[in-house]
Ligand binder design. Sequence first.
Ligand SMILES: [Zn+2]
Length: 223
Amino acid sequence: MPPLTGATCEICGERLPGPRLAETCSVCQEDRPAFSRAAAYGSYDGELRELIHLLKYERIVPAAGVLGGMLARAVGQFEFGPTPVLVIPVPLHRSKRRARGFNQAELIARAALKNLKLSGVEIATGVLERRRDTASQIGLTRPQRAENIRGAFRVAHLNRVAGREVLLVDDVLTTGTTANECARILRKAGAAKVWVATVARTLKQNVANFEIESEFEPAVHAS
Ligand SMILES: [Zn+2]
C-alpha cells in the first residue's frame, strides 16, 4: 500500500495534472476550502481500500493500528503552531455509530497519536456532533453537495475550540465536502486553523470508478 507520490495541491491534496503550473488545483483557486490543508497517506483503491473496508464493514478493529500508522505519516506533513492541537475525529451520526459499534475515524486517530510525538495533544470526541445522516452525495454537483451537508454537523462545546488549531481526522476523503463543512463550522466556532488528515483520498483520475462510500455502507454488508 504505497503512499501518494507526485505533485499534489498544497491545500486539498488533489493530484496536480501534468507539468506543474501552480501549487494549488483549479478548484481551490476558485473556491478556497475552509481548512488550511488536507493530506492523505494514499490513494483510495486497491489494498488500502480493502483494509479500510475491513475495519468499517467487517469490523476487524486491529486494522485501525495499521491505518493509524499511515495517518501519522499524513499528519507528519503539517506544521502546527505552538499551542497543542485539538484532534477531532469526524463524527458519525449516533444511529450509525451504534450500528457499527465504533467510529473508525476515532480508532484511527487514537492509533495515529501513538505514532506521533505531539505534546499536549488531546482527542475531543464530543466537541463536534453529527446531527443528521446525510443523503447520498452521488451525482450531485459541488454546490449541491455543499447544500446537502449544510447543517449536518454542529459544534457542541465552543469554548473547547476557540483559538485552537484543530486536526480533523477521517478514514477517507472523497469529494472533500464533509471535511470542508466540518472545517467551516469549526472556524465559525473560533478555531484558529483546521488541518485535515485522512488515511486515503480519491483522486480525480480515479473518479470514473469510485463510489462515494463515506455516507452509506454497501448493501451487501447492511444486514
Ligand atoms: Zn486543491
